[in-house]
Design a protein around this ligand. Structure first.
Ligand SMILES: Nc1ncnc2c1ncn2[C@@H]1O[C@H](COP(=O)(O)OP(=O)(O)OP(=O)(O)O)[C@@H](O)[C@H]1O
Ligand SMILES: [Mg+2]
Length: 246
């Protein structure tokens, strides 16, 4: 790796410490009012926002470091359930978008119950029950980052719903993320995988559109020997299909 790249990555790495200090400070004020003094409703709201955003920053830092790890070809594989992968991604996304959903999602006991609950929040799940309970052996951080990016995009562009599906055939894990939004014109199908190509409005939220998500997904996928297919047309929604060898 070139020196400048290492320097940038170490700098990003070192952001972890101040972020966790911000996080811990806000949590102390919130959870230890006996020591730090009572809070008003409005102060509690602000502190919760700080904590949520510290978490987002932590995730972004982790994502950048994960990409660096990928570029160097480092894989850390382990066993994990397909269900826990999907649950983690849903919790991460709703943590920011709709914290009320997280409380409900955390309490569910079965796949069927989860489906009913998330439907109210615009998510359809389409896993067959066997896949849902399957343990796979992969680099979980990479797979999670891939799924999170696809689902985040789908949420950004959906009209009414996002569908997440999964299946396993032979030695291939397929994850499919679909939405019913504005879709992607064929002329953009190549471009969207390039770094810094984004049609997301920076006015909505400066953090949300860098045009890096899909480019990162491609780096991670290539590293795992996976591939991605896109089905989409103007105004017809988008479907991203990821295949990862097990
Ligand atoms: N589900 C989708 N529906 C419609 N357009 C999409 C969808 N997913 C991606 N795109 C298009 O692809 C572009 C690139 O996506 P990508 O995730 O790389 O960047 P981004 O979402 O704009 O920013 P970020 O860096 O925050 O991910 C988007 O700006 C958008 O134009
Ligand atoms: Mg994105």
């Amino acid at each position: 790796m070139p020196d400048t790249a290492i320097k940038t990555e170490i700098l990003i790495h070192d952001l972890k410490v101040p972020i966790s200090v911000i996080d811990a400070g806000a949590k102390s004020l919130l959870n230890r009012q006996d020591t730090y003094g009572p809070l008003t409703e409005k102060q509690i709201k602000v502190l919760k926002r700080i904590i949520r955003n510290a978490l987002t920053t932590q995730r972004l830092v982790n994502d950048v470091l994960e990409l660096g790890r990928s570029r160097e070809g480092v894989m850390i594989t382990r066993d994990f359930y397909v269900s826990s992968l999907v649950m983690t991604v849903l919790v991460e996304i709703f943590d920011l978008a709709d914290p009320a959903a997280v409380d409900v999602i955390r309490k569910v006991h079965s796949y069927e119950e989860l489906c009913r609950v998330v439907e109210d929040f615009g998510v359809k799940l389409a896993f067959d029950s066997k896949v849902w309970k399957t343990v796979v052996h992969l680099d979980e951080a990479k797979v999670r980052q891939i799924l999170r990016n696809l689902v985040t995009n789908a949420f950004k562009y959906k009209a009414a719903f996002v569908e997440i599906a999964g299946s396993i055939e032979g030695k291939l894990l397929t994850l499919c993320v679909r939405d019913d939004g504005r879709g992607i014109p064929p002329s953009d199908h190549q471009k969207i995988f390039k770094t810094y190509f984004s049609t997301g409005s920076s006015l909505d939220n400066a953090i949300k559109s860098h045009g890096l998500g899909l480019a990162g997904v491609m780096v991670l996928l290539k590293d795992m020997g996976g591939e991605m297919n896109l089905n989409s047309n103007d105004g017809k929604g988008a479907e991203f299909i990821v295949k990862i060898p097990l």
